[in-house]
Design a protein around this ligand. Structure first.
Ligand code: ATP
Ligand code: MG
Length: 317
């Protein structure tokens, strides 16, 4: 028996969210924001917190600085039931995003900090022996991990650890990930439609799917927002599952991460891929019923209740 079901390897940062801003920032002037929230950010953290809420045993592997933001990241993850013993403390400050909210729109400014300097050599090797599955995420925000991606995947394979990969968006928009060599080592690839097209440089979704199909290690869970998802196996078979539509969306922040957390939690339980897909669509939908990425995931019972009452579905976790 391994100690963890899932090791989440990804970025960690703090969000400084400013609301009620009188007008846009201007060089040489000072302005007021009426509200501020300082909270754990990072999409991989949403994934890890929600997978833990869904009952998976989760540890986080990521880098923070030796600073108060690092302490906030650690205590916030622990409060969500995520094991933080493999967080690495480095000399670079913890990353932070200043989110300036203007109604529905946000202007974000990110300092990557420690997330960008973490490399394969910073990952404690016992992680690979102690987990059954690795969820690797947000590679383009972590240039050290992006460079070392093959070392991570090869070590996972040597330890019989399955891997899910969600590259997330590339803020540089250069998409420098060689999917032809990387995807064969990934058990489940979890992009959204736009990311898949950018990664492959394909002119439309069908050609993007055709481009990655020969290289899939196992399957692809293609996320299509309110259109649901398409599960594509490496033999080319497909299942399109419409979303469990929520007509009163609070916000969709973290829907993709919550979808990943449901899919992977079902996967590590050994459920069939179609059931993992259904669980992912369901937890993505649950995400939209409360504010932020983790608001709807206070406990497994709370998630079960929303699944039953809002979507008429049973959560098989
Ligand atoms: N409005 C919605 N109502 C119901 N379900 C939704 C809604 N939006 C998303 N979902 C579900 O969540 C899943 C993942 O969402 P999405 O496709 O937006 O992922 P993503 O693009 O990776 O998101 P993110 O921007 O959070 O990274 C979808 O496949 C869908 O099943
Ligand atoms: Mg996403």
């Amino acid at each position: 028996m391994k100690r963890y079901d899932i090791a989440a390897i990804g970025e960690l940062n703090v969000d400084i969210i400013l609301n009620g801003i009188e007008s846009e920032p201007e060089i040489g002037k000072e302005k007021f924001a009426r509200e501020m929230t300082v909270t754990l950010g990072s999409s991989t953290a949403i994934f890890a917190a929600n997978a833990a809420a869904l009952g998976s045993k989760v540890c986080f592997v990521g880098m923070i600085g030796r600073d108060s933001f690092g302490a906030l990241v650690r205590s916030s993850l622990e409060a969500k039931g995520v094991d933080t013993r493999y967080l690495v403390e480095g000399d670079t400050p913890t990353g932070a995003t200043i989110c300036m909210s203007y109604g529905e729109d946000r202007a974000n400014l990110t300092y990557q900090g420690s997330m960008d300097v973490m490399t394969f050599d910073d990952i404690p090797q016992e992680v690979f022996a102690n987990t059954r599955h690795i969820h690797l995420s947000s590679l383009f925000m972590q240039s050290g991990l992006l460079r070392d991606v093959h070392r991570i995947l090869d070590t996972a394979a040597a330890n019989s650890v399955t891997v899910s990969l969600d590259t997330q968006w590339d803020p540089m928009e250069t998409w420098k990930l060689d999917y032809k060599t990387v995807l064969p080592k990934v058990t489940v690839f979890m992009p959204n439609e736009k990311e898949l097209q950018c990664l492959t440089g394909a002119p439309d979704l069908e050609s993007a799917i055709a481009a990655v199909l020969p290289y899939l290690g196992g399957a692809m869970m293609l996320k299509c927002g309110s259109d649901g998802s398409i599960l594509i196996r490496k033999d080319g078979s497909r299942v399109h599952l419409p979303a469990f539509l929520n007509k009163e969306v609070v916000d969709a922040i973290g829907a993709g991460d919550s979808c990943n957390s449901g899919f992977v939690s079902a996967f590590v339980k050994g459920l069939p891929l179609e059931e993992c897909q259904r669980t992912g669509n369901l937890t993505g939908a649950v995400n939209t019923t409360a504010a932020g990425g983790t608001g709807a995931f206070s406990s497994l019972e709370a998630v079960r209740k929303v699944c039953a009452e809002r979507f008429g579905q049973k959560l098989n976790l």
